[in-house]
Design a protein. Structure first.
Length: 158
């Protein structure tokens, strides 16, 4: 399944970047994510509960940043397995931040593959559920970023 889109923020790319790379704040934005453990500056592990139609899943996962150009571009990979259905999930995620008048815009693209029982549920149900998770993530991220903008270091030096 492929997802892509653009999200506007009334904040600088640096403010969005700061929250996306803060493991705990990122986890607060992602529905169903819990028990986050930072492995190093580029990787973390955790769990995520999800329900797709009549089937529930409880995934343990590892996420890793594979490429980053601060605060412009980020590529990550996520791998996980559901303890209930033994379904496997992989995702590649790319995002790019660009300054705009009054804030910034985040372009994202993701490709998610789910194999096993959850994958059998069907593309339409999985796609709709995935889109709901993405929309809720960006709603939470927007609220967090726009409520807590950081001062521009260039302005504080003057």
């Amino acid at each position: 399944m492929k997802y892509q889109g653009k999200v506007a923020f009334r904040a600088s790319p640096a403010d969005v970047w700061r929250i996306v790379l803060d493991i705990e704040q990122f986890a607060e934005c992602m529905p169903g994510v819990r028990n986050i453990v930072k492995i190093d500056d580029r990787a973390f592990e955790g769990g995520m509960s999800a329900k797709v139609g009549p089937v529930s899943g409880d995934f343990s996962f590892r996420a890793e940043i594979v490429e980053a150009e601060e605060p412009v571009r980020l590529a990550a990979r996520v791998e996980g397995q559901d303890s209930l259905t033994k379904s496997a999930m992989t995702a590649s995620i790319e995002m790019a931040l660009a300054e705009t008048d009054g804030g910034c815009e985040l372009d994202y693209a993701s490709e998610v593959t789910i194999k096993g029982r959850l994958g059998i549920v069907g593309d339409m149900i999985l796609r709709a559920t995935g889109m709901q998770v993405i929309e809720e993530f960006f709603n939470r991220l927007r609220a967090k970023v726009e409520a807590d903008p950081q001062p521009d270091p260039q302005e504080t030096r003057a």
